[in-house]
Design a protein around this ligand. Structure first.
Ligand SMILES: [Fe+2]
Ligand SMILES: [Fe+2]
Length: 194
């Protein structure tokens, strides 16, 4: 019906498209880290912190919006997939906290990022191959949920002071540091266009 209106241009309902684009973005960042794993500490820390920030926001919108919606939609049989996903988030967050709190950017640091990447790869495969197909046909609701996800992501990025940093626009005058949680991103940012 209305489904084929914008048809070939978009294969996924909005919520799934957004979550999948986050997944691809984080995969790219993990790949960047892998390529830079012998680079200087600043570069490694910067990429790893981007990974952690992206994953933190992504996990939060899933937990606040997507997983609760899934719990309403799925049959009891499928519910364990959501519970497992939640447990995986919790474990990933432990690792993220270790990476964010690391003082030494050494081999152990690289190992933690590597393990996180493998862990997330597994988690993403389960979401995309097992969970998403169960709900993909609920286009309208997922489009609506997608709007909420976009709005919430925007709020969270702003709270974390990420929006400007990532778009590489000038940060001067926005140096307030509130909500940056000691991320010291502006100090370490090497990508100022000034
Ligand atoms: Fe997830
Ligand atoms: Fe996800």
């Amino acid at each position: 019906m209305a489904r084929s209106k914008s048809g070939a241009a978009r294969a996924q309902p909005l919520a799934l498209e957004l979550l999948m684009s986050d997944h691809r973005k984080v995969e790219d960042l993990f790949e960047q880290f892998e390529q830079e794993k012998d680079s200087d500490e600043g570069t490694r820390r910067e990429i790893a912190q981007q990974i952690c920030a992206e994953l933190t926001i992504h996990a939060q919108v899933e937990e606040e919006l997507f997983y609760p919606w899934l719990r309403e939609q799925l049959e009891d049989d499928d519910m364990e997939m959501v519970e497992e996903a939640q447990v995986e988030h919790n474990t990933a967050k432990d690792l993220i906290a270790q990476i964010e709190g690391a003082t030494d950017i050494d081999e152990v640091y690289n190992a933690k990022v590597k393990v996180l990447s493998e862990y997330i790869k597994h988690h993403v495969q389960e979401e995309e191959n097992e969970i998403f197909p169960e709900v993909r046909d609920q286009q309208d609701e997922l489009d609506e949920l997608g709007q909420e996800i976009t709005a919430r992501k925007g709020e969270l990025m702003e709270e974390m002071g990420l929006a400007e940093e990532y778009s590489e626009e000038d940060e001067e005058g926005e140096e307030e540091g509130g909500g940056r949680r000691g991320r010291s991103s502006s100090r370490e940012s090497t990508q100022r266009s000034r």
